[in-house]
Design a protein around this ligand. Structure first.
Ligand code: GAF
Length: 441
């Protein structure tokens, strides 16, 4: 029969060498270096970063590479090797970058420079020189629009390249990485016009190999926890549904607006503040009871649909609770009484998260639901849609000795429905963005 399609872990060194040669051919000069930033998978915490919730991402072994050399004429000259996006070298004067311009993929790269200039106003060590520009050659090993943060990987790789060219090669401390992650978020919100909340950029720039990042989006403080005990005896597998999504669309931003309107109605500046520091299920019920008693009208919610806002509220609250449960597992492990130990509990949380993405966030879609159901029916410990939704990828926790069987079952089930063929990714918590090499030759 047909063999499932796996996306191999890229050999970054080899790609670096190829990128070096390709850059030379393309721009007729030497690159100054190659920078890489990864995509992310998220164990829990979707659609809550912009509400002050906790997220639990890790960096992927897949990401975006940028080979670059500086210019002194205020021009960005960019080419992507992504076949669906490539249209040769695109030239953008740095002075022309404003919210909304340039459009398309170059907006992520140009936006990163635009946002770096703003960040440098309070971080003079990052100041962009007058007439700075760059030649950039871009290559991604992530499915574009696959819900694995291909956008953030592009912004983050670009900003690392800019900073590297401006300040010279050096290791970036976490404070600087936090500044850059915030700048990349602003690039996407302001220049691209997509309502991203900072999870992806933080995961791409502030992760540690072998660790889950516990990210508190109230203040973007982070803690790193080893992932091994959480997934013992299991493997995390990503399933790219081959159904691309785009965050700039109405679906994603309307979910965010619903949740924000619900929080405002309940008197909270951020939705997370409706729950106490260490929330439990009763706290969630209490907020929902308060909502029901107050019986809001559309006029109380900027004219938004009342039932929809309530569902978004419930997704956000329960998702926040699920994040706290995983955070507790990471800190203390699972009590002996928990069936299946930490992986068993993680699996159940993943599956509950999917139900919430489907029923309350209403961000799932038929292929993702089918993949989750099929994986669970074939002994996955848990599975859920990750990322912004309306397309993208499923994350599944599979017993080590069941990986092939589950993957095959999922592949067949999707093909049998005549849906686009899924692609599988082996998820390992990997290194954050960095300069890959200076002279990769
Ligand atoms: C997208 C956004 F960019 C993130 O900020 C986050 O909201 C995510 O969707 C959903 O959790 O990736």
């Amino acid at each position: 029969g047909l063999k499932p399609i796996w996306i191999e872990h890229p050999d970054l060194e080899a790609m670096g060498r190829r990128g070096f040669r390709r850059f030379r051919n393309e721009f007729d000069r030497e690159p100054e270096g190659i920078w890489m930033a990864p995509g992310r998978a998220n164990l829990n915490g979707e659609h809550i970063d912009f509400l002050g919730g906790r997220c639990l991402p890790m960096a992927l072994p897949y990401g975006t590479l940028v080979a670059a050399a500086p210019r002194t004429d205020g021009l960005l000259r960019m080419r992507t090797l992504e076949p669906t996006l490539d249209s040769g070298i695109v030239e953008v004067p740095v002075d022309s970058i404003v919210p909304g311009t340039p459009e398309g993929w170059t907006g992520y790269v140009a936006g990163a420079l635009w946002a770096l200039r703003i960040a440098a106003e309070s971080h003079p060590e990052l100041a962009v020189p007058e007439n700075f520009g760059a030649d950039l050659l871009i290559r991604s090993t992530l499915p574009v629009g696959g819900g694995l943060s291909s956008s953030a990987a592009l912004e983050c790789a670009a900003i690392l390249a800019f900073v590297g060219m401006i300040t010279g090669p050096r290791d970036l401390d976490d404070d600087t990485r936090a500044v850059l992650a915030h700048a990349c978020m602003m690039a996407e919100v302001q220049v691209v016009g997509a309502a991203t909340g900072g999870l992806d950029q933080t995961a791409s720039l502030r992760s540690l190999p072998g660790h889950v990042l516990s990210l508190d989006c109230r203040d973007f403080s982070i803690t790193h926890h080893p992932i091994a005990p959480l997934v013992e005896g299991h493997r995390l597998v990503g399933v790219d549904t081959s159904t691309p999504h785009w965050l700039g669309g109405d679906d994603f931003s309307s979910r965010r607006k619903d949740a924000e309107a619900a929080a405002r109605f309940l008197g909270a500046e951020r939705l997370r503040d409706l729950l106490p520091e260490s929330p439990d299920a009763e706290d969630v019920e209490a907020v929902l009871a308060r909502w029901d008693a107050a019986d809001p009208r559309p006029a109380d919610l900027d004219g938004r649909d009342v039932a929809g806002c309530r569902r978004r509220l419930r997704h956000a609250l329960t998702e926040m609770l699920r994040s706290e449960r995983i955070d507790a597992l990471l800190r203390h492990g699972a009590p002996d009484s928990v069936p299946g130990g930490a992986p068993g509990e993680l699996g159940r949380i993943l599956t509950e998260g999917h139900a919430s993405m489907r029923d309350d966030a209403e961000a799932s879609f038929a292929t993702a639901d089918l993949i989750v159901e099929t994986a669970l029916a074939h002994s996955a410990a848990g599975a859920r849609l990750i990322g912004g939704g309306f397309g993208g990828s499923v994350l599944a926790l599979l017993p080590m000795n069941k990986v092939d069987a589950v993957v095959q079952a999922v592949d067949r089930a999707v093909l049998a429905e005549g849906l686009p063929r899924p692609r599988f990714l082996c998820i390992e918590a990997s290194a954050p963005g960095a300069q890959l090499c200076r002279n990769c030759d």
